[in-house]
Design a protein around this ligand. Sequence first.
Ligand SMILES: Nc1ncnc2c1ncn2[C@@H]1O[C@H](COP(=O)(O)OP(=O)(O)O)[C@@H](O)[C@H]1O
Ligand SMILES: [Mg+2]
Length: 262
Amino acid sequence: MAGNSPIKVKIDHVIKKFQGRNGEITALNGVDLDIKENEFVCVVGPSGCGKSTLLNIIGGLDKPTEGKVTIDGEEVDGPSPEHGIVFQQYALFPWLTVEKNIQFGLKLQGKTPEEREAITQKYLKVVGLEKFAKSYPKELSGGMKQRVAIARAYAVNPKVLLMDEPFGALDAQTRVQLQTELLKTWEEEQKTCFFITHDVEEAIVLAQRVIIMSARPSRVKDIVEIDIPYPRDQATKMSPRFLELKNRIWSQVYEEYLAVRK
Ligand SMILES: Nc1ncnc2c1ncn2[C@@H]1O[C@H](COP(=O)(O)OP(=O)(O)O)[C@@H](O)[C@H]1O
Ligand SMILES: [Mg+2]
C-alpha cells in the first residue's frame, strides 16, 4: 500500500541520553527508521526501552542528544500544531466541551470560525460522537474520551499522527472496538501513523510494519512487514498468517523482556 510512497519521517541515527539518579542513561542508541507517507507503523518493545522518548522526539517535545528527525525533509525542532499526538491518558481539557476540545488546535492554526465548525462536525461524525458535542469529558467513558482525543488529533490535519499506547487504559472490548474504528479512519483519511503499543496483537492488526525495539540502550531490533491485506478486522486475528507473525514478533519481544530482567 505504501510501497512506492515518498519518505515522510526520517529518523536518522537518533541517540538520546538522560541524566538519571545513578548516572547517565542511554535510552536510544542510534535509532534509524524511515516511515513512508501514509504508512501505519506500530512500535513494540519492552517497557522502558525508549518508545515514548522516540515519539516525543518525533513530535518535537524532546530533543535528541545526537542525530535528527526530519518530516517532509524539514528537521523537527520543537512542538507544533502540525503534530497530532494521542497519549494513553486522556489529555483532554476538562473545562472544555467535546467540540471545543476538538477545535482547540484549529484556533492556533488560524482557521476561521466557519472552517473550525466544519472540521469539528466532520470529525465528531468520524468518531461517532455527534450527540456528545456539548458534553464535558467527565461525562464520557474512557473509550469516548479517547475517541475525542483521536478526533482532535485528526482535526489539525497533522503530518504524522503520533499515538502513545492510546488504548492501553481501556478494557479489552472497548480496545478492540477502537482498533477497528481507527483502522477504518486511517483507510478513509490516509495519514502517516506512528503507534506505540505493548500489545503484539494490536500491533499486527493495525500496522503495515511492526518495529521491534531492543532493550535499553535501545535500537531497532527488527522490522516485520505485515503482509495481511486490509481491510482487517478482529477475524483477522484467527488467520494462520496472523498467528505465524504473532509468534515471530512475540518471541523477539520476549527475548528483550528477558534482557531487561537480567
Ligand atoms: N526525562 C527523563 N529523565 C530521565 N530519564 C528519563 C526521562 N524520560 C525517560 N527516561 C528514561 O528513559 C528510558 C526510556 O523511557 P521511555 O521512553 O518512557 O520508555 P518506554 O516508553 O519504552 O516505556 C527509561 O529508562 C526512562 O526511565
Ligand atoms: Mg512509554
